[in-house]
Design a protein around this ligand. Structure first.
Ligand code: UD1
Length: 389
């Protein structure tokens, strides 16, 4: 059996890693990895392969940046000859980036079976390119591997036959569980002089937050204001850095807001695990903070990961100063040592995925056999920040 995985952007790599490790245990199987090159800076790509022990890609398409159409088209054109030659039994795509959609389109049109890892998430917000990518990718997929129960419900409501949907759990959490001991051992907060202190970690890169100069300015000024109370560590995505530079934003030099280069997976996880709160517009961080029990303020009007709000530590806010300051105060106050438990976010999603792919096992939507007991876990193994003063 030959399985070909296509990845391209930073959040894809954390999803690929546990699946690759699990596939490597199967002797009669070849796993081919294609990197589209959507993300190409060493700290957005190579570092993740290294830290997550992902083997070097078998093919690198080198598509780089461009408009949505350019990027999607370049992946399609460069992937087609590889799929035509290798004729994999299954093409696995991950998440919701442009590379995901492009690969699913090529594979489906060549008659290859498509499996989608992290299927079924829906924000209902068609202004997000990721929502378009999710819906179309799911429509083209033969195996829909979902991270949460709501994702399966979304797919069934859209008319996708239930026997294609497998509630395998969240592979991002597999990577987190695998990496957390190494991340904590690095003592990353000490490296940034925030060990034992209350600090916030920030990431912002969505077009809705960073492309409009007025919105970005208000966000940065708000972070600067939060920085007067606690240190704010903000690893800046290249897209955001460019916009911040154009804006000519000057942070309060005496304050706690610190703009950093993008971080690798282990350093980011080490920082987030010890943070008092996270402010973000990333999808993955909403999940990681919920698993770690770290309060998360998400600067978006909606989320495709509602379970992080209903069962986790996540709250949605508008990109407005008053709303954000209020949300941050409340988030700090509600921090609890008990961490939420989400069904099948247990570090074993990749095992289930590989059983579905290789053994034809049905991990159905109704089965509760694999659900963990609903006991809140205490975050004793993690560094606990002091309360803000
Ligand atoms: C993409 C995904 C988004 C995901 C994010 C994680 C889509 C539509 N969006 O957004 O869902 O949350 O990745 O980071 O696929 N750039 C660099 N170096 C790089 C990569 C990008 O400098 O290695 C800069 C370029 O100026 C580029 C811009 O960032 O134009 C945006 O990159 P792109 O891949 O188009 O989208 P992201 O914003 O990273």
């Amino acid at each position: 059996m030959r399985i070909l995985s296509v990845v391209g952007a930073r959040p894809n790599f954390m999803k690929l890693a546990p699946v690759d490790r699990e596939l490597a245990k199967r002797r009669d199987l070849e796993h081919v990895i294609v990197h589209t090159g959507q993300h190409y800076d060493p700290d957005m790509s190579d570092l993740f392969f290294e830290e997550l022990w992902i083997p070097a890609p078998d093919y690198h398409l080198g598509v780089g940046s461009g408009s949505h159409a350019q990027q999607t088209a370049a992946v399609m054109q460069r992937l087609e000859p590889i799929l035509t030659e290798l004729r994999p039994d299954l093409v696995l795509v991950y998440g919701d980036v442009n590379s995901t959609l492009a690969a699913a389109l090529v594979a489906a049109k060549l008659g290859r079976r498509v499996g989608h890892v992290e299927a079924g998430l829906r924000s209902g917000d068609w202004t997000m390119p990721e929502e378009i990518n999710r819906v179309v990718t799911d429509r083209l997929s033969d195996l829909l591997l979902t991270p949460s129960r709501d994702a399966g419900d979304n797919l069934v409501a859209e008319g996708i036959p239930a026997d294609r949907v497998h509630f395998v759990g969240n592979v991002m959490i597999d990577s987190l569980c695998w990496a957390l001991p190494q991340a904590v051992k690095r003592d990353v907060p000490a490296h940034y002089d925030v060990a034992g202190a209350g600090y916030a970690v920030v990431t912002l890169h969505r077009p809705a937050n960073v492309d409009d100069p007025a919105v970005l300015r208000e966000l940065l000024e708000t972070l600067d204001q939060i920085g007067r109370k606690l240190t704010v560590l903000f690893p800046v995505h290249p897209r955001t850095r460019e916009r911040v530079h154009t804006l000519g934003f000057q942070r309060d030099r005496g304050g706690g807001l610190r703009l950093l280069e993008p971080l690798g997976y282990l350093d980011m996880l080490g920082l987030v695990a010890g943070a008092q709160l996270v402010i973000t517009d990333s999808g993955g961080l909403q999940e990681e903070t919920t698993f770690l029990g770290v309060p998360c303020v998400t600067v978006r009007p909606n989320t495709e990961r509602p379970v992080t709000c209903t069962h986790g530590t996540n709250r949605l806010v508008a990109p407005r100063r008053d709303v954000m300051l209020n949300a941050v105060d409340r988030a700090v106050a509600r921090r609890s040592p008990a961490r939420p438990v989400i069904e099948r976010w247990d570090g074993r999603a990749a095992e289930r995925i590989v059983r579905v792919l290789c053994d034809g096992e049905l991990v159905d939507l109704d089965s509760t056999a694999a659900a963990p007991p609903h006991l809140p876990r205490r975050a004793v193994a993690l560094p606990q920040p002091l309360a803000a003063t």
